[in-house]
Design a protein around this ligand. Structure first.
Ligand SMILES: Cc1cc2nc3c(=O)[nH]c(=O)nc-3n(C[C@H](O)[C@H](O)[C@H](O)COP(=O)(O)O)c2cc1C
Length: 304
């Protein structure tokens, strides 16, 4: 049976990935790099990762002979960096800030994370070559990563826009720090997540204002839950956010114990937080679509 290569490429593309820029130095010491979404972690001990480079890449010889390379995981604001490093631009590094990482390969500014690697092994794999790197140094920030699926970039902001701006749309911030979640007084003796109504500026703007009002250094990671509150006829989008150190202007970071969960008055929110508590224990997140009593969990995927 012959497979249609275009259909196969499209089928591979349904899987949402992050976007990286793989960098190294050429023999003259000049930085080189290209956009790649074939990144994967491989091993913790020893610390290994992989990325695949097309055998037709202009940088193929440099990369396969390099004694190291870096993988820069792009953040949501770096679509233009991805485009620059995917096109035949003369000097791809002219428009980005970068510096040599501890192991020597170029590390880009404002990325979600970077890994500076020594070359561990190259493996022939059809029309690509797998570069396996041993991580020598890395840094990860809380900045959400840029996603890619079906030939389009995916960001939490774009997903929120896709959900529209209904008059009864609310965003809540599920802000996590070291396993605890920020809960605020709901005004009726119970607890709730910080939430606000979405105005004309859209869901991401509402979330930004909400986080700013809490005086916390927190980044929206991804949409954790979308649900309808039948009683209040509200639609909710809950963003999972990671907070850095600091005291919030209101509320307290609280462990989601069964007794704390009992204090969440809104049943839909309580069900969502019960799920969050159990998924935190398992380290496995999905996105919940449903209403207060039924629904299903599906992986975060956005259309093109
Ligand atoms: C989102 C995205 C992901 C990509 N992933 C890869 C990849 O994993 N491996 C690869 O060889 N090319 C990948 N490409 C294509 C290269 O970035 C592109 O062909 C680039 O021009 C190669 O540059 P070079 O020939 O200068 O090395 C990707 C492009 C985009 C936009």
């Amino acid at each position: 049976m012959t497979l249609d290569p275009r259909a196969l490429r499209d089928a591979f593309g349904t899987f949402m990935t992050g976007v990286t820029v793989v960098t190294a130095h050429d023999a003259e010491g000049e930085p080189i790099g290209f956009t790649a979404n074939s990144f994967s972690s491989v091993s913790l001990d020893p610390p290994l990762l992989l990325v695949c480079v097309a055998n037709s890449s202009r940088n193929f010889a440099t990369l396969t002979q390099a004694d190291g390379f870096a993988v820069n995981i792009l953040s949501e604001s770096q679509k233009d960096v991805s485009n620059t490093f995917a096109r035949p631009v003369e000097d791809r590094f002219a428009t980005v800030s970068w510096q040599p990482g501890p192991h020597g390969s170029p590390v880009l500014a404002d990325v979600s994370a970077w890994f500076d690697c020594a070359m561990h092994k190259t493996v022939d794999a059809g029309d690509h070559t797998i570069l396996i790197g041993e991580v020598k140094a890395f840094e990860a920030t809380t900045a959400p990563g840029l996603g890619y699926a079906r030939g389009a970039y995916v960001t939490a902001a774009a997903e929120a826009e896709a959900l529209g701006h209904g008059a009864n749309l609310f965003v809540s911030a599920l802000i996590e720090r070291a396993g605890d979640v920020l809960l605020v007084d709901d005004g009726n003796g119970g607890l709730t997540l910080p939430e606000t109504r979405v105005g004309k500026a859209g869901a991401s703007a509402a979330l930004e204002t909400l986080i700013a009002g809490l005086a916390l250094d927190a980044d929206p990671g991804f949409i954790y839950s979308v649900y309808e509150d039948g009683a209040r006829e509200h639609q909710h989008i809950s963003f999972l956010c990671q907070a850095a150190a600091g005291t919030p202007a209101r509320g307290t970071f609280t462990a989601l114990t069964p007794s704390t969960l009992m204090d969440i008055a809104d049943p839909a929110m309580r069900i969502m937080l019960e799920r969050f508590a159990s998924e935190s224990r398992m380290g496995n997140f999905g996105v919940y679509f449903g209403n207060q009593t039924s629904g299903h969990v599906r992986k975060v995927v956005s259309g093109s």
